[in-house]
Design a protein around this ligand. Sequence first.
Ligand SMILES: NC(=O)c1ccc[n+]([C@@H]2O[C@H](COP(=O)([O-])OP(=O)(O)OC[C@H]3O[C@@H](n4cnc5c(N)ncnc54)[C@H](O)[C@@H]3O)[C@@H](O)[C@H]2O)c1
Length: 374
Amino acid sequence: MVGGGEGAFIGEIHRIAARLDNHYELVAGALCSEAERSIRSAKTLGISADRSYIDYQEMAKKELARTNGIEAVVIVTPNHLHLRIAEIFLKAGIHVICDKPLSATLEEAQAFAEFARKSDKIFALTYNYSGYPMVRHARALIAKGQLGEIRTVQIEYAQDWLSEKLEDSGHKQAAWRTDPKLGGEGGLLGDIGTHAFHLSSFVSGLQPTEILADLNHFVEGRSLDDNAHILLRFSGGAKGMLWVSQVAPGNENGLRLRIYGSKAGIEWSQENPNYLKFSPLGEPSKILGRGSPELSESAVKVTRTPPGHPEGYIEGFANIYAEIAHAVYAAREGKPVPHDVLFPDLEDGIAGMIFIEASLNSSRNDGKWVLLNN
Ligand SMILES: NC(=O)c1ccc[n+]([C@@H]2O[C@H](COP(=O)([O-])OP(=O)(O)OC[C@H]3O[C@@H](n4cnc5c(N)ncnc54)[C@H](O)[C@@H]3O)[C@@H](O)[C@H]2O)c1
């Protein structure tokens, strides 16, 4: 693991999720930006002293030289470091699991992609919300045509934790996220907008083609946007609306997806993730529950506990990790990623960076429509 040392947020979630199914063991780390904290963090986590590094470059070099060196690295640093770390590990022949967004700039992402597409190593990106069973079921319903022709995709991700200028209070997660050099110019688009954008096409199966964005920051003195209203056009004529906010009091991690077609509609919310509302036109709505045997194979496959025993954020994250593990097992035998294995990858990451860049471009031009192409 690179990043995720003491005081960090998401590193711990990755460690728990990765180990939930016994596919991974944490054996090495360069966990912090400072040497002393790195060493202390590694010790606390039971990483042996000879594999506790103070520099990720040294870690890649030394792990490559070991007969039992790491097979995969997890990158959970602030955004601007993701790809310089990823490149070093891919060059050392080590698979990469990187948190989102892909990077701080589209330019850097495209340069990396050119190199990474030629690598035979796995590059996975943790758009973890695509790991929920009911999200997988929603995707399967749409793929089977049960919603008919998709007409509208409504998605929102609302939070309230940046409603005041938290970055001035020494809150380190708020500080780097609101600094364009560290988090990227997209502000909240990189932080949570990319999750919502990814989910809109992952579930609908549609390709977003054009975007119109109205971005702003409501908190005085903040250099990046904390609220976004976005319109989307999809291939095939469907329309979408995406609202992302970090200044909406009362919202914690309010990721909510609604998709409506000519025959039915669905609704799902990540704060109540075990249920999916399915509304066939002209019939009473049904609340489909995780764990029901009538759900699609893709949902059953990522379900662990019977109905009524709630699964959530950690399990959804772990599902992504488990699928990546199956890709790693295949790679050990020189085989490609198995066709039934599903996890977000480099191309999803690039799509997220194009979404950010196009949104900025649209908003800076007072809301003109911008094509989402590479
Ligand atoms: N998938 C999700 O739901 C999700 C949620 C939160 C954060 N994230 C992403 O995860 C990443 C980390 O976010 P966070 O909130 O945990 O940030 P954080 O600030 O809590 O943690 C970042 C960690 O990286 C370490 N670090 C910085 N520079 C380093 C270096 N050169 N070498 C080694 N370690 C270094 C820091 O010391 C710290 O331990 C971000 O890219 C963020 O967008 C994803």
